[in-house]
Design a protein around this ligand. Structure first.
Ligand code: CTP
Length: 400
């Protein structure tokens, strides 16, 4: 793939060298376009040596080749990492005062920006407005990580790790330039809840969180602003999304309800424990010398999906649930799925078969999509990203 890697003038420019390395090692042809300020941090020789191409910052270099038009037109993907507050502002206003901003104006491919700056600059109203405008136009802006910044300060503003930036950018290309969730806010729960019994033990389940993470990655790639409520995820959250970590069903419920107030789409992909221990002790439960086994009393957890469906915390919101079924003597997977669709009332229910080695933790998935009446409205099979795209297709139909 022909990729333009734009580098703006921030200390995180050194991490862009690793982004470049990852891209070239996967066989991509990368042209690096730094800004003048970026060269203060990492010199031209580094970019030229690692990309194997000459590097310029200005539209007046190599004029016969008209690089400010050609680079953007030919690119199949543009990544800007780091994107500074100044670069975001110039891109928002359509400035073309260097080769990078000129290239952004001529690019017709997916554009992915990974901002990095001090927390105050990231949170400033001007930057917030610029990011919102860029997202409305279909630019994929990755949320910065929180953590140690240049000096002693910590907070949101750190450039995500190079692997995460590359994965997010490739997901944007995978989405085929579809930006049909641009301007939409989605909140997705993923993983499996753990219901504490004592400080060291819990009741849990086999969910890895892979399908929910795939939904978050693909929604982001299609332009959505994504909040991922992750319960004990065993896979890393994708770059670009806001992550809220939770442990138990009750914590997951609070986090989902808080985000759902602003969401256009709510997806319950987490495996929520139906029951929790009635009490959890502050101390580790000890074996009794006489061999008495302590009783385990359970109470029922709230049905978060049913509540979200009944309450519709934002008008017009589309609510999506999953039904993990095994089938039994009283009926097969789909039979139980239909009954669940009618009981839960979600706009879409993705029914899948689960069990040991099926559904949980696997790379592939097969789902049937049902509407609130239990009627079949779609089906998907393949990678969890492919299944996620099919679910977003059905969601987009409903949002329209
Ligand atoms: N769910 C939920 N709250 C619960 C249990 C499940 O929100 N306490 C959600 C899940 O996230 C999923 C859907 O409900 O989107 C169906 O989950 P599933 O475990 O298949 O169904 P249950 O409601 O638990 O029904 P049952 O265990 O009887 O099959």
């Amino acid at each position: 793939m022909r990729i333009v890697l734009g580098v703006a003038g921030g200390i995180a420019a050194y991490k862009a060298a690793l982004v470049l390395r990852l891209l070239t090692e996967s066989g991509h042809d990368v042209r690096v376009v730094p800004t003048r300020a970026a060269l203060e941090f990492v010199g031209r020789a580094t970019w030229e040596a690692l990309s194997g191409h000459p590097v310029s910052t200005e539209v007046f270099e190599d004029v016969a080749d008209v690089p400010h038009v050609r680079l953007g037109r030919e690119a199949e993907l543009v990544i800007v990492a780091p994107a500074t507050a100044d670069l975001l502002a110039r891109a928002t206003h359509g400035r073309a005062d260097d080769l990078l901003t000129a290239t952004l104006l001529t690019a017709t491919c997916p554009v992915v920006m990974a901002p990095a700056m001090h927390t105050e600059m990231w949170q400033h109203a001007a930057t917030r407005a610029n990011v919102a405008t860029l997202r409305e136009r279909g630019v994929h802006v990755i949320e910065p990580d929180s953590g140690r910044l240049t000096g002693q300060d910590t907070g949101p503003g750190r450039l995500p790790e190079p692997e995460a930036i590359v994965a997010a950018a490739l997901a944007a290309v995978d989405a085929g330039g579809a930006c049909d969730l641009t301007g939409r806010r989605v909140v997705i729960s993923a993983g499996g809840t753990r219901e504490p019994l004592d400080p060291v033990r819990f009741l849990g389940n086999r969910s890895s969180g892979k399908q929910g993470v795939a939904l978050a990655r693909t929604a982001w790639a299609r332009g959505a602003e994504v909040t991922l409520v992750g319960a004990n995820l065993t896979v890393p959250a994708p770059a670009g999304v806001r992550v809220v970590e939770v442990g138990s069903a009750l914590e997951l419920r609070d986090a989902m309800r808080a985000s759902a107030v602003e969401a256009d789409v709510v997806v319950m992909a987490a495996a929520v424990a139906d029951f929790r221990p009635a009490a959890h002790t502050a101390h580790k439960i000890k074996k009794q010398p006489d061999g008495t086994v302590p009783p385990l009393e359970l109470v029922q957890n709230p049905d978060i999906l049913a509540e979200l469906t009944a309450d519709r915390l934002r008008p017009g919101q589309v609510v999506v649930g999953f039904a993990a079924e095994t089938g039994d003597d009283s009926g097969d997977v789909l039979h139980h799925g239909r009954a669940k669709a009618q009981r839960k009332g979600a706009d879409l229910l993705a029914v899948n078969a689960v069990g040991e080695g099926v559904g949980f933790g696997t790379a592939e998935n097969t789902v049937t999509l049902l509407d609130a009446t239990g009627a079949e409205v779609g089906a998907a099979s393949g990678s969890k990203d492919a299944v996620a795209h099919a679910i977003w297709d059905a969601v987009v139909d409903r949002l329209a």
